[in-house]
Write a protein that binds this ligand. Sequence first.
Ligand code: NOJ
Length: 557
Amino acid sequence: MDPLETDHEEIKMSADDWWKCGIVYQVYPRSFQDSNGDGIGDLGGIRARLDHLVSLGVDAVWISPIYPSPMADFGYDISDFCGIDPRFGTLDGFDALVQEAHARELKIILDFVPNHTSDRHPWFVQSRSARSDPRRDWYIWRDPAPGGGPPNNWLGNFGGPAWAFDPATGQYYGHSFLKEQPDLNWRNPEVRAAMYEVLRFWLRRGVDGFRVDVLSQIIKDAQFRDNPPNPDFIEGQDPFFRWLMLYNTDLPEVQPIVAEMRRVVDEFSDARSSRVLIGELYLPLARLVAYYGLNTEGMLEGVQLPFNFQLIATEWQAARIDRLVRDYEAALPAGAQPNWVLGNHDRSRIASRVGPRMARLAAMLLLTLRGTPTLYYGDEIGMTDVPIPADEVQDPFEKNKPGMGLGRDPERTPMQWSAAAHAGFTTGTPWLRLAADWPTRNVEAQSQDAGSMLALYRRLIALRRAQPALNRGNYEALDAEDEVLAYARSFEAQRLVVLLNFGATPAPISPALMPRQPIVLASTDPARAESIEGSLVLAPCEGVVLGAVDDKGPATR
Ligand code: NOJ
């Protein structure tokens, strides 16, 4: 039987299935598709490209912020949580997007940015107007330190202190990012209530969930103590890491708030489909898993998917990744859904980090591990980071700390759709330059090439969708030699084996690792035959998914 077909009737579907068995795709809206020729991607563009997502086979689209914004941090500085920035479209256009996505069985996930607003948000304008203003306490205001200067040593992620002085009222306000992004005071119940209404506003419009920005930072130390020095800090490193973020990230008080957020989205879940929260959390494993919110009754009341960015940070070696996956699996609370991410709008692209051949192996890893995968737009065609000349830099991170390699423009360049002008992204001038390889590396060209990255992604996604072992099965670590990462995925009688050669030399595979009468269900090498004659030797950077000819599971019968 064709391994891309399965008998789904036999599998009982649950309301959680879409985010447990499905795949999330991140769209950075400025760069996905422009529909009005202003050089900036927009909602009309996303609507026009929904069929690409359908043909890729993903289940949910997470769209980075589309709300009204002065764009100091490209939409992560929001001046109205319940609107659409005119650069991106209108609320009517958003409603149409939700409707058209749902008609294609695609879910829509929005970005929720609870930690801060824009300094132009009416709440902040009011808050800074007077110490006695009723909204004063909606933000974090502190007197200067006794001798003058910022109240403590906390730093902003994008450079300088996390405090900005407001001469009119004589106090500092806190900002974990740019000074144009003042931090909300989540200890204030009115702030919490207002922000939960924001969630409800979008849930009522039909959104299926939220990716929650910098979730671990929303609560700060009540006493505003200085952070201690970081003993591992190396001179020349981003000065932000000079102090350990002991008092302004991952405080215990964040957990009840996460549970509150979860209860709000649960108000909108029903037996057919649940709404999901995905937390942006750059934390070590032990801390990350706390955000599942395991309570004393054994229930998970936190976010369903605390983003697992470990594949971005871990050294790209079989042994390291093997250790990582085993540790992650062991750290997960009972019933928690794992998830994996290879890239996003803040980190260097996978094809640049590991190289184009290895990026194919990375795709197989992402799409065969146990857990919800998140793909970053453009990775499905192997887009790489694009060097941006100094006079074209857009990202405030690069502008504030030039030359340190911190800028995020390189991974945010326009999507490469075709060989038409500007890669089919816009009829105007793109807001950020395109990669030089767009005339050949684009969706249209790769759609016609069975050996392309896009063809590999489509194949792997189709296999994952068809095979219960891959989309919901167990994970079993296998011991392999040298630079090979090996694991099995199984569901009922079905057992698939994944073998990934991270090495630069051919890797002979021990027959003990292989299923009986194995066949190749997928390979990163488009020339690899389905049948295995004699012993199996993986080429450098080659990965395979093996099944058994006599497999009794529904998918391979
Ligand atoms: C994390 C987002 O992913 C990033 O792009 C943004 O700059 C910061 N949070 C601030 O909102």
